[in-house]
Design a protein around this ligand. Structure first.
Ligand code: NAP
Length: 259
């Protein structure tokens, strides 16, 4: 049985990856994962694929174990894995609830590695892994410290994996979006957080996903980056020290806050 797995499929980028999937893949089932079962069931309205609804909280160890058991029992041929489940929290590090802080590492990093590892034994040549990192991955970000660090992990991990898996002809692509119009921002932005509202332009999920699929299937890029500012950040970070990058970031945020 040929399948695709999409985590975080019920909303935002994950949902859009499912919506656009029929242009790129031909599989028997798409396994869709997030916490809310009702939201997952509603995906049947937007997808022509047969869906396997898998409601799991991927930040929890027992959920990861359940997913591994399911994959091992069905032994599918995984043609596409998209790790999109993730969240961020903005604000002063000490004011962020510790559980939320550690949860970001559990979901954005630990679950992503675990699901990638569970999938790899069931991936053949020409399979694809798309990992959702963030523009935040390119530099340390004060007032988003854990989130940015968690996404730097995703970026580095994915780039290295892409090289390791080349002999097996498995594609790995990291996607580094800037702000996208999804529910992400509602979970990320605390009311007391006045240090950051430097959101700038919000991209549409459909455009980020369209480019990610194109980059995954039509190019050999390691990273999919939509928008000049994202590409400029990536370029600039090769030449300036982290300390200066953070200074620039905070001064741009302060200017925007004054407006
Ligand atoms: N939107 C942006 O500005 C932006 C920018 C750069 C990178 N990103 C990254 O893009 C990815 C997708 O985010 P999005 O913008 O699409 O946000 P979103 O609309 O909030 O979608 C997040 C998805 O992850 C699922 N999810 C959250 N916690 C989960 C958990 N513990 N276990 C399983 N599933 C969970 C959510 O469903 P449930 O709540 O039902 O679990 C939802 O399906 C994330 O990794 C995010 O960090 C977003």
């Amino acid at each position: 049985m040929d399948i695709a797995i999409i985590t975080g499929a019920s909303s935002g980028l994950g949902r859009e990856f499912l919506y656009q999937a029929n242009k790129w893949i031909n599989v028997d089932e798409v396994w869709v994962i997030s916490r809310n079962e009702k939201d997952l069931k509603e995906l049947e309205l937007i997808s022509s694929f047969k869906l396997r609804i898998i409601p799991l909280d991927l930040s929890k160890e027992f959920s990861l174990k359940k997913l591994k058991e399911l994959i091992d029992s069905k032994k599918p041929n995984i043609k596409l894995l998209i790790n999109s489940a993730g969240y961020g929290k903005m604000g002063e590090e000490e004011k962020i609830d510790l559980e939320d802080d550690l949860g970001m590492i559990n979901l954005n990093d630990k679950a992503l590695v675990a699901i990638t590892r569970y999938s790899l034994p069931y991936m053949k040549e020409k399979s694809t892994i798309i990992q959702i990192a963030s523009r935040a991955a390119y530099q340390p970000l004060p007032y988003m410290a854990t989130y940015a660090a968690s996404k730097a992990f995703v970026l580095r991990y994915s780039e290295a994996l892409a090289v390791e898996l080349k002999p097996r002809k498995i594609r790995v692509l990291a996607v580094t979006p800037s702000y996208v119009k999804t529910k992400w921002i509602d979970r990320a932005n605390s009311k007391e957080n006045d240090k950051l509202n430097n959101f700038g332009k919000f991209f549409e999920a459909k455009d980020v996903v369209k480019k990610a699929y194109h980059d995954a299937y039509k190019t050999k890029k390691l990273i999919s980056a939509l928008g000049f500012r994202v590409r400029f950040t990536r370029f600039l970070m090769r030449f300036i020290p982290d300390k200066l990058a953070m200074k620039i970031y905070l001064s741009l945020s302060a200017k925007k806050n004054k407006k």
